[in-house]
Write a protein that binds this ligand. Structure first.
Ligand SMILES: CCCCC/C=C/C(=O)SCCNC(=O)CCNC(=O)[C@H](O)C(C)(C)COP(=O)(O)OP(=O)(O)OC[C@H]1O[C@@H](n2cnc3c(N)ncnc32)[C@H](O)[C@@H]1OP(=O)(O)O
Ligand SMILES: Cc1cc2nc3c(=O)[nH]c(=O)nc-3n(C[C@H](O)[C@H](O)[C@H](O)COP(=O)(O)OP(=O)(O)OC[C@H]3O[C@@H](n4cnc5c(N)ncnc54)[C@H](O)[C@@H]3O)c2cc1C
Length: 710
């Protein structure tokens, strides 16, 4: 009912392309210098630091690949698709940050078309096609077509509507986007202003943008590529406003791509970072009384009859938000991908990079050996694994809820909303911060586009905003937490991820039994501390709200919202820790694999405990001494992770093409690659820069003249 049953993710994200302009226009002398230089440097780079690193791993990397990917089949398919993309020159992406916006957009169109051609030629399955698009790795209109337009029709369209529209979308006879957000309102969906007024005389809806702020603003793929959109508008019939509903609206001609009468649209302009999300045509759209047939209202949840009567099926209104719930769960899975890419780059480079510590002319210290580097990097490595496993679990939950909804069982809707909203918020915020931290962990070279990290950050960071601003989503979780706390007194047993709240009597007064650093390796000790912290924070908030709100509960909620955010984060962190512990409890084949995951699970949990020690102490869950013991244990765990670090990122199984980073190369041959990349910059196309004769020469000459006069 949300997106039409199946939870198989069709397209995901990004689409990519290759250069439309050669960057090899260097004069011959530059080429000679460059090739001589790199040969020389290649000869120098004889020591492969990463080979030595790989030899120290204490587990079976191939089996860890299976644990990461989910199955042997998943490893195999992903591997095949990644290599297919990496070996195809059309999918080159090393020049992306140097392309102008127009070149980049055309490059995106080219890559998307080529990807589709390959998908058809090779008769790829949905799973393979999804992976191929993922490895093409360039945001583009296809993401929204497969990721939101198709799911919206599946979830909110009647069977008849699905029969009509989905085959067109599946064959790319139409290209669709998801037009919800407006210039004036994004977070507040109920505040949208676009109207869809039913005209019984013609059996049509009239779609209109009554104000400037009602202009659709942001939808990806809308600006230049889409022919159709699912447009969210206020449904008005028989003079009454029935709130927001979805409508399929054609925007552009299928003959020449020109906007249809009454439709004004375009791109909203350049965005953060070079390359990055600028390959996407986020758009603006205005309607001037555009007419669409009545049957283009998505009518699965509610209908308008031929006479103009509004009929709402006996289902919760929130099902209208189903497409957002679907995308939020997929964003959690994507968080682990983005985070693992950044961590892979930072771990490999930290193993190659050496600074200080040389004794008697001996080798310097690998920066990965510095404890500070480990304490910044290993929690991010552990988080990548944690997000991967909680993403898998969320995917299961989503599928389960979808099946229940099909059977008209709406009991788990709230759980699905809380988990998708909260996990989307926490995993994207952490991932965005972590990519930036990985850039810093790579020192100066991390700031170069060729490190891949600036672009990765710029592409990733809007995930904190799109599909629901993270603060707005966490406040949704907080509201559900407050509702659950208020129901405890009535004896109502919380279920699902809130079930721990049912142990309120115990969790409100329990004291951690930890008395040594090793005690923190006990999952029960961790679980109890996290549950007690989350529950106590929620109960404190609820008490403060009821004390502050002599007026209205909503006013108390508003006053306490900064604390509520923290309580929501604590609850979500508990879910992540719990799902990691559950994963590690399962049977996991492969020499040493389970032990490594166990260590990473403990790193993740104890790092969160250390980082939020204030919460744990303030709520009295643990003592300062126990907090210190957790930190002591964390240091020991880092030492355990150290010899396995490179192998743990190898298990992500990323090709150099997908990583897109000279610092993260599999062979660790970083310096020649950095040197080579520099020469590709358009500034190096000429030895003497453009502008020299206009600005540099006159300046220098003027100064020389002044000096000669002295
Ligand atoms: C392929 C990837 C590329 C991504 C490209 C990006 C695309 C986009 O960004 S698309 C646009 C995404 N926009 C948003 O995410 C907007 C965020 N805002 C909202 O989701 C909602 O406005 C809201 C949840 C913040 C508020 O909803 P509202 O209806 O105004 O009301 P309430 O807060 O009062 O909630 C009422 C009731 O409904 C429950 N609820 C809210 N959302 C959901 C949901 N998704 N599923 C199930 N239930 C939901 C909420 O808990 C309340 O329940 P009760 O308290 O029991 O009444
Ligand atoms: C790259 C990108 C792609 C996008 N793609 C699409 C798309 O394809 N289709 C589409 O329809 N939309 C799309 N969007 C729009 C996106 O969904 C919205 O920007 C998002 O939902 C946030 O809404 P907003 O911009 O209105 O932020 P605002 O709500 O205006 O947020 C501004 C600030 O106010 C705070 N705030 C807002 N409400 C509250 C509250 N109740 N309590 C406390 N603080 C609050 C927020 O935390 C934030 O700090 C995209 C956006 C981006 C950046």
């Amino acid at each position: 009912m949300w997106r039409g049953g199946s939870n198989t993710r069709t397209c995901k994200r990004r689409f990519f392309s290759s250069p439309t302009r050669s960057r090899h226009h260097r004069p011959p002398y530059i080429c000679r210098l460059h090739s001589r230089g790199s040969q020389h440097l290649k000869a120098m780079a004889e020591v492969d630091h990463l080979a030595a690193e790989r030899a120290t791993a204490r587990f079976d990397v191939e089996e860890m690949k299976v644990a990461w990917a989910g199955s042997r089949h998943a490893v195999h398919v992903a591997d095949r698709m990644a290599r297919l993309v990496a070996s195809d020159p059309v999918f080159r992406k090393d020049n992306r940050t140097m392309l102008s916006r127009k070149e980049l957009f055309k490059d995106t169109l080219r890559k998307a078309a080529h990807a589709w051609k390959r998908i058809v030629e090779l008769r790829l399955t949905e799973e393979e096609a999804d992976l191929l698009r993922q490895y093409v790795d360039q945001p583009g209109y296809v993401d929204l077509h497969w990721g939101m337009f198709v799911p919206a029709i599946k979830g909110q369209g009647t069977e008849e509507q699905q029969h009509k529209w989905l085959p067109l979308a599946y064959k790319f006879q139409i290209i669709g986007c998801y037009a919800q957000t407006e210039l004036g309102h994004g977070s507040n969906v109920q505040g949208l202003e676009t109207t869809a007024t039913f005209d019984p005389k013609t059996d049509e809806f009239v779609i209109h943008s009554p104000t400037l702020t009602s202009s659709k603003w942001w939808p990806g793929g809308l600006g230049k590529a889409s022919t159709h959109a699912v447009v969210y508008a206020r449904l008005i019939t028989e003079g009454k406003d029935y709130g927001i509903h979805g409508f399929i609206v054609q925007l552009r001609s299928l003959e020449d791509h020109s906007p249809l009468p009454g439709v004004t649209l375009g791109d909203i302009g350049g965005k953060f970072g070079s390359g990055a999300y600028n390959s996407m045509d986020n758009g603006v759209l205005r309607f001037d009384h555009v007419r669409i047939p009545r049957d283009q209202m998505l009518m699965r949840l509610s209908q308008v009859t031929r006479e103009g009567k509004y009929v709402h099926s006996n289902v919760p209104k929130q099902l209208l938000y189903g497409t957002m719930v679907y995308v939020r769960q997929s964003i959690v899975a994507d968080a682990s991908k983005a985070l693992s890419r950044a961590v892979c780059i930072a771990v490999r480079y930290s193993a190659v990079r050496k600074q200080f510590g040389s004794q008697d002319g001996g080798p310097e210290t690998q920066v990965l050996n510095y404890k500070t580097q480990q304490s910044r990097l290993f929690p991010l490595l552990a988080s990548a694994y944690a997000f991967r496993f909680v993403g898998d679990w969320l995917n299961w939950l989503y599928t389960d809820v979808t099946q229940k909804l099909e059977a008209k069982d709406f009991s788990t809707l709230q759980e699905a909303h809380a988990c998708t909203a909260g996990l989307k918020a926490v995993t994207t915020s952490v991932t965005a911060d972590a990519i930036e931290e990985c850039r810093k962990l790579c020192g100066g070279h991390g700031y170069l586009n060729s490190s891949g990290l600036p672009e990765l950050f710029a592409v990733y960071v809007p995930a904190c905003t799109y599909e629901g601003d993270n603060v707005v989503l966490l406040l949704q979780v907080a509201r559900i937490l407050m509702k659950t706390v208020s129901q405890l007194a009535s004896g109502k047993q919380p279920v699902g991820t809130m079930a721990y709240m049912g142990k309120v009597q115990y969790l409100m007064q329990c004291k951690s039994a930890v008395s040594s650093a090793e005690d923190w390796l006990n999952p029960d000790a961790i679980q109890e501390a996290f549950e007690a912290r989350a529950l106590r924070m929620a109960v404190n908030c609820a008490q403060n709200i009821s004390q502050a709100a002599s007026q209205e509960e909503a006013a108390g909620f508003y006053e306490r919202s900064p604390d509520l955010l923290e309580a929501a984060v604590a609850h979500i962190q508990l879910i992540i820790v719990t799902k990691f512990i559950e994963k590690v409890h399962q049977e996991i084949p492969g020499h040493g694999v389970k032990e490594q995951l166990q260590a990473l699970c403990n790193v993740y949990a104890l790092y969160i405990l250390h980082k939020h020690l204030g919460d744990f102490l303030a709520t009295g869950c643990i003592t300062p001494r126990q907090g210190a013991l957790a930190n002591e244990q964390l240091g020991k765990l880092y030492a355990q992770v150290r010899p396995n670090a490179v192998a743990l990122v190898d298990a992500f199984n990323y090709t150099d093409h997908y990583l897109g980073s000279v610092l993260g190369r599999y062979d660790g041959d970083v310096y020649p690659a950095l040197y080579e990349e520099a020469w590709k910059d358009p500034l190096n196309e000429t030895v003497v820069p453009e502008g020299y004769h206009e600005y540099l020469r006159p300046l220098i000459k003027q100064q020389q003249l002044k000096l000669s006069r002295l």
